[in-house]
Each structure stands twice: as C-alpha cells, then as structure tokens.
Design a protein around this ligand. Structure first.
Ligand code: SAH
Ligand code: MG
Length: 206
C-alpha cells in the first residue's frame, strides 16, 4: 500500500486496527472490476485503506454514514468522543471525515454519502465489486445493512464484515449473525479472516 496513505490511515481517528485495515485493502485490490462501497465512514480510517485500493484500481469508494454516530458513540456511552460533538451538541463526524479524506488526497476517489444506509439503499441500482459492512451494531441495523447491500455484490465480488466475534464474550452478536446469514445462504464463502474482519466472496450459488 502507498506509504503516504498507510501513515494517514494509521493516524486517522477510528476503529480499524492496522492488520485489519491492510487486509481490507488487499481484499479490495483483488475484487472484480467495479465500485467499492462501505457502510460506516466515521472519521475516514477504513475509507483511507479502501480509498487506496480504489485509486490503484481506477474506481471509486462510496462511503455511507449519517455521521450522527452509533449507539456507543453517544454522550455518556463507552465510545463517546467529546471532540466529535458539533456546535449544536450532537455527534457530527462529517467535518473530521471530510478533512481526513482531503488531507489524504482522496477527494477524487472517495464519494461521501451523508445519510442512513437503508435510505441510500432504497434507490440503489449500481452493481458493486466490494461491500464493507461496518455501520450500526444493533441487530436491526446490521440486518438492514445485510439485506440492503449484499444483493448488490456481483458474482465473484466481496462482502467484508467487521466486528465479527464467534465468542459472545468478545463482542456484540449482530455482525456475527449477519456473517452467519451470508454463509448459511449458500451465496457467500469465506475467503479470509483477520482479527474481527471476515472477507466473503459471492460464489453465485445458493
Ligand atoms: N469504519 C470506521 C468505523 C465505523 S463506526 C473506521 O474505520 O473507523 C460505525 C459508524 O456507523 C458510525 O460513524 C455511525 O454513525 C455509522 N452508522 C450507524 N448506523 C448507521 C446507519 N443506519 N446508516 C449510516 N451510518 C450508520
Ligand atoms: Mg468496526
């Protein structure tokens, strides 16, 4: 991965350990032709890893987030960051996301979509080479992301899911549940795992 982008990703605020970010980048490099899409931009950390791959491949990354934070980012919750509160007292990660992408030089590669994932999906019709699910971790949010976006992954394309924990003691269930749904559907097969990242490929059967 481009050295400059790698350092930018490492210092960016967010929830993407380096080994998982690099695995994400590698997976995006080897996906079929076509655009990439992620749900869960936050402050742009994963978008730099995926944007690096998109740039090398001459494609774009659609990065979806309403930028109001998930449950765990709200004031008083475990992952709240007071630096990410706007003048109106609400969580707003878009200014930091935008600056991060600008400073990384990825403005011509990353397309920010500031809206909730199911709303964006409502009119979506573009086949996707690569989808990364890293949005809300409630069961309803994870199910909606899976149902909204998995159907748009082309044959041979990638569905990557973050925060998948086999052991409930290690973390919340919803990402694991949708990972199982993907595998059990018979339409996706696991190709690699790094930390809590699972990389699946659409096999076209099922
Ligand atoms: N990928 C990021 C981390 C994402 S954190 C990184 O590399 O650091 C999860 C993000 O999902 C939060 O920013 C939150 O605002 C967003 N999110 C949660 N539910 C969402 C929904 N329904 N639609 C769009 N974004 C959502
Ligand atoms: Mg995550």
């Amino acid at each position: 991965m481009d050295e400059r982008l790698r350092s930018a990703a490492e210092v960016a605020i967010g929830f993407m350990p380096r080994d998982e970010g690099l695995a994400l980048y590698e997976a995006a490099l080897t996906a079929p032709d076509g655009p990439l899409l992620e749900i869960g931009s936050y402050c742009g950390k994963s978008a730099i890893y995926l944007g690096a791959a998109a740039r090398e491949r001459g494609t774009v990354l659609y990065s979806i987030d309403h930028h109001r934070g998930s449950e765990e980012h709200q004031p008083g919750e475990e992952y709240h960051d007071p630096a990410l509160v706007g003048p109106d007292g609400r969580v707003d990660t878009f200014p930091v996301f935008r600056r991060t992408i600008e400073e990384a030089g990825l403005v011509e590669v990353v397309v920010p979509i500031v809206a909730s994932s199911p709303l964006v999906a409502r009119g979506w019709a573009t086949p996707l080479a690569f989808v990364f699910v890293d949005g809300g971790h409630s069961q309803a949010a994870a199910d909606a992301d899976f149902e909204s976006w998995a159907p748009h992954v082309v044959n041979g394309g990638t569905l990557a899911i973050h925060d998948v924990f086999e052991d409930p003691a290690e973390g919340g269930r919803p990402p694991y549940v949708i990972y199982r749904r993907a595998i059990d559907s018979g339409e996706f097969a696991e190709v690699s795992r790094t930390g809590s990242l699972r990389v699946l490929e659409r096999t076209g059967v099922g």
